[in-house]
Design a protein around this ligand. Structure first.
Ligand SMILES: CC(C)(COP(=O)(O)OP(=O)(O)OC[C@H]1O[C@@H](n2cnc3c(N)ncnc32)[C@H](O)[C@@H]1OP(=O)(O)O)[C@@H](O)C(=O)NCCC(=O)NCCS
Length: 168
């Protein structure tokens, strides 16, 4: 069974994708292409399984305020916004959930952030995920490292709230 993660292609038909979340579906159908090909504001990667798009993730370059990172990590950082990779959107099609597609795309983004950290600088992954999706991300970030801290800190969640992350 052929499966791959690849960038969205220009003008490919994606109208049949349904995650059940109206906002995420609307973005994918209507704006993911122009976001990527016209504005260069972010890139959407799709998980393709047997010639069907079963999940997507949209990532973009981002920054995080150094004082937020300092609170989370308990040490100082340079006093300017620091580079990060942001997971802007993630959705798996209804009927395709629980098969690891979402986890595979988060792992793909983590690998991308790690590569960025070595090649151009990247302090971690940021996301402004919906509150009820935080646990999903937190469980999939690389263990004990900044990637999972960023998911919480980007939400403005205090490290004292007991979210399951650890300072790497
Ligand atoms: C969240 C989402 C992307 C997960 O996709 P998926 O391909 O089913 O994910 P995986 O197969 O890798 O993982 C499934 C596991 O995640 C769990 N999970 C799903 N949503 C979760 C959430 N909001 N919080 C915690 N766990 C969650 C499932 O219960 C399942 O657990 P199990 O492995 O113990 O059975 C998908 O449910 C979705 O599209 N949701 C609607 C949009 C959304 O919330 N997007 C993310 C934030 S913008």
């Amino acid at each position: 069974m052929a499966s791959s993660v690849r960038p969205l292609q220009k003008d490919e038909d994606r109208t049949s994708f349904r995650s059940g979340d109206a906002d995420l579906d609307h973005f994918f159908h209507r704006y993911a292409g122009q976001n990527q090909f016209r504005h260069r504001a972010g890139v959407t990667y799709v998980y393709e399984h047997e010639a069907r798009i079963v999940a997507y993730i949209t990532v973009t370059a981002w920054t995080i305020e150094s004082d937020i990172l300092a609170v989370v990590e308990g040490r100082k950082f340079p006093p300017y916004p620091l580079p990060a990779l942001k997971i802007a959107r993630l959705a798996t099609a209804e009927g395709e959930r629980g098969r690891g597609y979402g986890s595979a795309l988060v792992a793909y983004a983590c690998a991308m952030a790690f590569k960025m950290s070595r090649e151009m600088g990247c302090v971690g992954i940021s996301t402004d995920a919906k509150r009820d999706a935080v646990d999903y991300y937190a469980a999939r970030m690389l263990p004990g490292q900044r990637w999972r801290l960023m998911a919480a800190s980007a939400l403005g969640v205090s490290p004292r709230t007991g979210l399951p992350y650890s300072a790497g």
